[in-house]
Ligand binder design. Structure first.
Ligand code: AMP
Length: 644
């Protein structure tokens, strides 16, 4: 502990309770986390809280439990059996309300469906579903039988879906005929059909009927869920799983083209999430908790499914778009269900900000007690708008910093422990058990006010247990930059009160509207277009989305730099990655600026794309490449001005 600067020892606000907890959590982590783990139900107690063979952790080694039991069964043994578990709102306005006992029935029956189709412990199940109750139900059913699920965001294209299914070797794909998005039906089944043509491991597909669109069912492979449910058993014994048994594998972008399958275990992940949702959100069984993220991202896994359901709270699940049929849809939902805790992204807040305060004013938001923000840096202006117009200057805002890999929240205010002063734009302080530090390029702590790299110096229970099928990548990506420390890839700075301010990624990962995507993955997709020889993708600041995608492409000789080609490339990106990967601008260039070692100089391209000075070019291989990029930028801007 000697080398640890205690961030909370500020003269201004001695936060005794938090300070005490934080100190103890790092000095005696095993004792601290053992206490927290008592909040869950274990079939067999652990032998050791942490087995740590750096960088491999086994939390609650020897313990056995089941996530589905903890999120569902245990509530049905209490008064909570008759309380709401899920308030579901479909985009067209249809609704479903599931109590914990209904959820229990559904989860058991779906688990039976999976078992009857031959899924057993260790088999992987891919879920490609809209935001309907079947999504959490399938996740919990998989957890019940020990079959790790991999949820693929329904905004991903057939190719991206196939890549993930193949990497994980899924046995079954669960999809729906469609889902609603902005009044239209998104045909997930046809996307799944295209993907399954490329997926040899998937022999069976379960289809949930959500919409009215016609779909093709492949004889012997595709089955309607409602048909299978008719023959399902009412009870399936939850497997007593080893604590480190993989609960799920979730794909996320790294710095190479191939997405990484982040593996989360069961015991550590659940203990981390159960504890932190109490500290951060003051989550209780009586809370009505709404996280607006898609379940396809880690926020959805922890914040929609595992943490609130383990607490026995009610969650709100909304299928559709925030601005459909009007821009006040979300505020209408908060009023309708009496939401007490609301958790969303800075991009959404900035979008609402642009539409004016009259929209939230139309609704009674007095049920709200606490607000949260996640996924990207929140600018103080958006923070204040959220505080005033949604929280009505009554609700604290928790700006929560975490990652797919961390499994749960790591840095955030903790009003659930005790009230604390907030600063708009700062995620404030690390949670108990999180040894966060900011270091320089050599791994030494930076001074107050100096920018550095965020690292975590001790293992924590929610940490990833590995990268699926690639132990080397796990060690290399997270533990090799600074031996003994987990490397987050984020820049941060600490102020005089020890508060953390996140400053964005230090690597080649972009956050477009809070969606994480690696430039390498986008560039790989771009060069699969027949007319593109080479491509570089960079982010450029965007008022609403935080960052927008800019693509520089070198095309084949003889191909015309036409508006049609631009549209064609845009369609290609939509088809190969997904709608959120559509570039804002495409620049045609004859060369890409590279260093002498052949690395693309993104800094230069970023500056060009933002219309800024390109700075020092001494390491550049060929100056003319920058001129070509600038020429392309100027050409496009001129064409846009003429069009106006
Ligand atoms: P993901 O794994 O998709 O959740 O993305 C994790 C990344 O999102 C982090 O490494 C950060 O760059 C960014 N991020 C998440 N939460 C915050 C936050 N509260 N403030 C700033 N950046 C954040």
């Amino acid at each position: 502990m000697d080398d640890l600067t205690l961030p909370f020892e500020s003269k201004y606000f001695p936060r005794k309770k938090y300070a005490e907890m934080y100190r103890r959590s790092l000095e005696k982590p095993e004792e601290f986390w053992a206490e927290q783990a008592q909040n869950l139900d274990w079939f067999k107690p652990w032998d050791k809280v942490l087995e740590w063979n750096p960088p491999w952790a086994n939390w609650f080694a020897g313990g056995r439990l089941n996530a589905s039991y903890n999120c569902v069964d245990r509530h049905t043994k209490t008064w909570r059996r008759s309380k709401v578990a899920i308030y579901w709102e479909g985009e067209p306005g249809d609704t479903r309300v599931l109590s914990y006992s209904t959820l229990y029935t559904e989860v058991n029956k779906v688990a039976s469906v999976l078992k009857k189709l031959g899924v057993s412990k260790g088999d992987k199940v891919a879920l490609y579903l809209p935001m309907i109750p079947e999504l959490p139900i399938f996740m919990l059913a998989c957890a019940r039988i020990g079959a790790p699920h991999t949820v693929i965001f329904s905004g991903f294209s057939a190719q991206a879906l196939a890549d993930r299914i193949n990497d994980v070797g899924a046995k079954i794909l669960v999809t729906a005929n469609g889902g609603y998005r902005r009044g239209k039906v998104l045909n997930l089944k046809s996307m799944s059909d295209d993907a399954l043509d490329m997926c040899p491991t998937v022999k069976t597909s379960i289809v949930v009927s959500r919409t009215d669109n016609e779909v093709k069912m492949k004889e012997g492979r595709d089955f309607w869920l409602h048909d299978l449910m008719k023959k399902a058993d009412a009870y399936v014994e939850p497997e007593a799983l080893e604590s480190n048994h993989p609960l799920y594998i979730l794909y996320t972008s790294g710095t190479t083209g191939k997405p990484k399958g982040i593996v989360h275990g069961t015991g550590g992940y659940l203990v981390h999430n159960y504890s932190t949702y109490g500290w951060v959100f003051d989550l209780k069984e009586e809370s009505v908790y709404w996280c607006s993220a898609d379940v396809g991202w880690v926020t959805g896994h922890s914040s929609i499914v595992y943490a609130p359901l383990a607490h026995g709270a009610a969650i709100v699940l909304y299928e559709g778009s925030p601005d459909y049929p009007a821009i006040d849809r979300w505020w209408e939902i908060i009023e309708k269900y009496g939401v007490t805790i609301f958790y969303t992204s800075p991009t959404a807040i900035r979008m609402f900000m642009g539409q004016g305060e009259e929209w939230p004013k139309k609704h009674d938001l007095s049920s709200l007690e606490l607000l949260g923000s996640v996924g990207e840096v929140i600018n103080p202006e958006a923070w204040l708008w959220y505080y005033r117009n949604i929280g009505q200057e009554r609700c604290p805002i928790v700006d929560t910093w975490w990652q797919t890999e961390t499994g749960g929240i790591m840095i955030s205010p903790t009003p659930g422990i005790e009230p604390m002063p907030l600063k708009p734009g700062s995620a404030t302080l690390p949670l108990p058990g999180v040894a966060a530090e900011i270091v320089d390029e050599d791994g030494n702590p930076v001074k107050t006010g100096e920018r550095g790299l965020l690292v975590i110096k001790q293992p924590w229970p929610g940490m990833l247990v590995g990268v699926y099928g690639d132990p080397e990548r796990y060690e290399k990506s997270y533990w090799s930059r600074f031996p003994g420390m987990y490397f987050t890839g984020d820049y941060a700075v600490k102020d005089q009160d020890g508060y953390f301010w996140l400053l964005g990624r230090s690597d080649e990962i972009l956050k477009i509207a809070g969606h994480r995507i690696g430039t390498a993955e986008l560039e790989d997709a771009a060069i699969s277009h027949p007319d593109i020889i080479e491509s570089a993708v960079v982010g450029k600041p965007d008022r609403i989305k935080g960052e927008s995608l800019v693509m520089f492409v070198k095309i084949r000789e003889g191909v015309n730099e036409s508006a049609e080609l631009r549209k064609n490339i845009t369609d290609h990106m939509r088809k190969t990655v997904g709608a959120f990967a559509v570039p804002g601008d495409i620049y045609f260039t004859s060369a890409l600026p590279k260093t002498r070692s052949g690395k693309i100089m993104r800094r230069v391209l970023k500056a060009v794309a933002s219309g800024e000075e390109v700075g020092d070019l001494s390491t550049l291989e060929d100056q003319s490449a920058v001129e070509a990029a600038i020429k392309s930028y100027q050409g496009l801007k001129k064409a846009e001005a003429e069009k106006k």
